[in-house]
Design a protein around this ligand. Structure first.
Ligand code: BLA
Length: 521
């Protein structure tokens, strides 16, 4: 077919989600100039809250639109001059057509046409605010206690899911963790008893495209109280001078990508919220919340408390992951300390010394098998096939550019080597001087991955008039993928330990060479 644009998942990454030109209807956005506080842009639903039509509001002082009381409170806040976002929300009473309306005002600054505007987002707070400061503190304090006492990462994930669910009342709360390729896995879940489990399910990276992940690194919380909403346009949509649209990166009302709304609808989700989990400023995962029964608005105070839990959780996760690596490293170092005296013992051949005793090199780095070629001899330990082609393995290791090499899927990365190494899927190899090598071998670990829907069928392109529209997959039924030919990955701590062992062995080799030379004289 000619003239049909190419539509694939790159199209997802191209969607400019920061500048949708509209907001969700659960609040009103005003963008005002400073210091005169005149309305420059406003969402069309301003009329419902204030009785003032959007076109009327433009160019007018904030007091004419929200009433003098609300405008004075906001002006007093601005005069305080510190970071606006830290003190959100500001409680105001807006002058409505039928009397004062209590609302949460959420403030931030956005850049537009080389200058900045103050964004004021108003959410009506008609019910009792569920969390006064002391209440929020109590709720959060309980959660922090649990986080601090979690013995393992898994306990920490579970505590997080349960505490965020208790705080926000969503039907399902998941801790969703990205892998190195940004595919994700549900690693903890708290849900209404009658819902089916998502725990352990995997989702492809394309479900959350890169520009969305980047946005979530800046703005740590987002809510969609009702996926069936009608977007409210911002008037005017563009800055008159520069022609730029409003950048809603930090907005709490930003209208959501239609593809994502369709995705949630296909999943049966009526309302969603997610909280970013960060590791060194990069998105590590999300706390993803679903509501199925109907819309689920979450007041700003509760969202702020949930965001706070998310940031504490992020810190705890980093600390815990760090502890785990540290433990591995200490174990490996202890094993190295036991191996070295044996290796220095010049009464034994080095290859024998390194493959012999327990704990040997297999306790430095856990693996199924070990091959050592040293001093012209070769020896093995653990589970190594009898007919393993040691010469081919050594030649391959010696040809590597790096002194330390790891592989986890030899069939894919090095099919020729894989062909002569039966049963080996992964290896960690050290290249030593004089064509000596140490290689740890791991068998394949056949793994079932359960996906939330067929990951090959990520998106469906369909023709709509003269353009093609991309929509997310329709089915999220559990889909089993059997992963073969891969070994368990090599933990960074073990790779570091192997590199460390290598430099110690270099010293050992020098000592042994000296001793040999001395013995020969
Ligand atoms: C956003 N996708 C998201 C978000 C989540 C997911 C959590 C954040 C927004 C939110 O809080 O709802 C994905 N949600 C999931 C996953 C689970 C879940 C994996 O509950 C698992 C249980 N999505 C697609 C395709 C495209 C796409 C094909 O499937 C691209 C065309 C896009 N997803 C997409 C976009 C966003 C998104 C653009 C950003 C939405 C926004 O913030 O405007």
């Amino acid at each position: 077919v000619t003239g049909l644009p190419v539509v694939d998942l790159d199209t997802c990454a191209d969607e400019p989600i920061r500048i949708p030109g509209s907001v969700q209807p659960h609040g009103v956005l005003l963008a005002v100039s400073e210091p005169d506080l005149r309305v420059r842009h406003v969402s069309a639903n301003v009329v419902d809250l204030t009785g003032v039509a959007a076109t009327e509001a433009l160019g007018r002082p904030l007091a004419d639109v929200l009433g003098a009381e609300a405008a004075d409170v906001l002006a007093a806040h601005l005069a305080a001059g510190d970071d606006l976002r830290v003190r959100n929300p500001v409680h105001v009473r807006v002058a409505g057509p039928a009397g004062p309306v209590p609302a949460d005002a959420v403030l931030h600054r956005l850049t537009l046409g080389g200058g900045t505007l103050l964004a004021v987002e108003l959410e009506v707070a008609d019910g009792p605010r569920p969390f006064s400061f002391p209440n929020t503190y109590q709720a959060v304090r309980g959660a922090l206690e649990r986080f601090n006492h979690a013995a393992t990462l898994e306990d920490l994930y579970d505590a997080a899911a349960q505490e965020v669910r208790a705080l926000t009342g969503f039907d399902r709360v998941m801790v969703y963790r990205f892998d190195a390729d940004h595919n994700g896995e549900v690693v903890a879940e708290a849900r209404r008893a009658d819902l089916n489990a998502f725990l352990g399910l995997h989702y492809p990276a394309s479900d959350i495209p890169p520009q969305a992940r980047a946005l979530y690194e800046t703005n740590w919380i987002r809510t969609i109280p009702d996926v069936a909403y009608t977007p409210v346009p911002i008037v005017p949509p563009f800055d008159a001078a520069s022609g730029e649209p409003l950048d809603l990166t930090l907005s709490v009302l930003r209208s959501v990508s239609p593809v994502h709304l369709e995705y949630l609808t296909n999943m049966g989700v009526h309302a969603s919220m997610s909280i970013s989990l960060l590791h060194d400023g990069r998105l590590w995962g999300l706390v993803a919340c679903h509501h199925y029964a109907g819309p689920h608005p979450v007041p700003f105070g509760t969202r702020a408390a949930a965001e706070f839990l998310g940031s504490v959780l992020s810190l705890r996760l980093v600390a815990r992951a760090h502890d785990r690596e540290l433990e591995r490293e200490l174990e490996a170092q202890a094993a190295i300390a036991q191996v070295l005296p044996v290796a220095r013992d010049h009464d034994r051949a080095l290859a024998q010394a390194l493959t012999g005793d327990d704990p040997g090199l297999l306790s430095v780095v856990p693996a199924h098998g070990l091959v050592v070629v040293a001093d012209g001899q070769s020896a093995t330990a653990g589970d190594v096939a009898r007919d393993l082609d040691v010469d081919a393995l050594r030649a391959w290791v010696l040809a590597r550019p790096d002194a330390v090499t790891t592989r986890t899927a030899l069939v894919d990365s090095d099919p020729e080597l894989a062909a002569v190494l039966p049963d080996v899927a992964g290896l960690l190899a050290l290249r030593l001087p004089d064509e000596q090598v140490v290689v740890w071998l791991r068998h394949e670990q056949v793994r079932d991955i359960y996906w939330g829907g067929d990951p090959q069928n990520k998106a469906i392109a369909r023709r709509e008039g003269d353009h093609v529209r991309l929509s997310p997959r329709k089915s999220f039924d559990r889909w089993r993928e059997v992963v073969r030919g891969r070994s368990e990955p090599w933990a960074p701590a073990h790779v570091r330990a192997a590199a460390d062992l290598r430099s110690r062995l270099l010293e050992v080799i020098i000592l042994r060479n000296r001793w040999q030379m001395a013995a020969a004289h």
